[in-house]
Design a protein around this ligand. Sequence first.
Ligand code: URA
Length: 267
Amino acid sequence: MTDDHDLALAMLRWQVEMGADEAVGDTPVNRLAAPPPPPPKSAEPRLATPQAARAPQALALEPVQESVSTARRIAQGCNSLDELREALLRFDLCPLRATATNLVFADGNPDSGLMFIGEAPGADEDRQGLPFVGASGKLLDRMLAAIGRDRTSAYITNTIFWRPPGNRTPTPLESELCVPFLERHIELVRPKMLVLLGKQAATVVLETADGITRLRGKWKSYTRSGLDLPVMPTYHPAYLLRNAPAKREAWRDFLEVKSRLDSTNGV
Ligand code: URA
């Protein structure tokens, strides 16, 4: 065995001990290689890069707005959930698509009347192409069971349709590009009620900067696209997995949802 081999093995072991459990790219990156030459001045990027999204002053505003308008035009042109899913499969303006394995569109019964919106797919969801199938999803299933529902009597999606690398919070640009599809998604499903799981869903759907602790447990309204739906924001299951005492409040929120559904004769 060479020194290089031992060193590489030691570095790999160290990364595993630090919690790395997957590769982030299929091709290795040679960080010692010379940087690529800068693009010619005339080559305008179609989209702001994720780096630019983190530095608003550097945003190429026009291309971003154009991309959001394109997303809106495409989403509005879809007249069924199948069309919307197909359109997202083809949509290549969201940078997350390049690093994701699968599109994660939705799961459950769109005719159930009850629509849950989470944040973004994680590693398990990315692998299976379905929302909430990992640890958070198992808890969500138990919470649904507690109000007498399962995935045949609830519909589940996310604000973001591709996994952000390393489960980081989606950037404003990524959210903006997915919003037109989310709005059309809600419009096509026409649920009787929305339940928002966590801060990202509450921020995007309710267009508010308030935190989830302040928002949860109080009925809000969704009044876009000619709809007027009751909305219950509550904690994200991933948060509940880390903060067991908050389950009591989430349980109250779910009971609120059940009682409103029961009083409107179910859905
Ligand atoms: N967390 C989410 O917000 N959505 C998923 O689909 C899985 C985990």
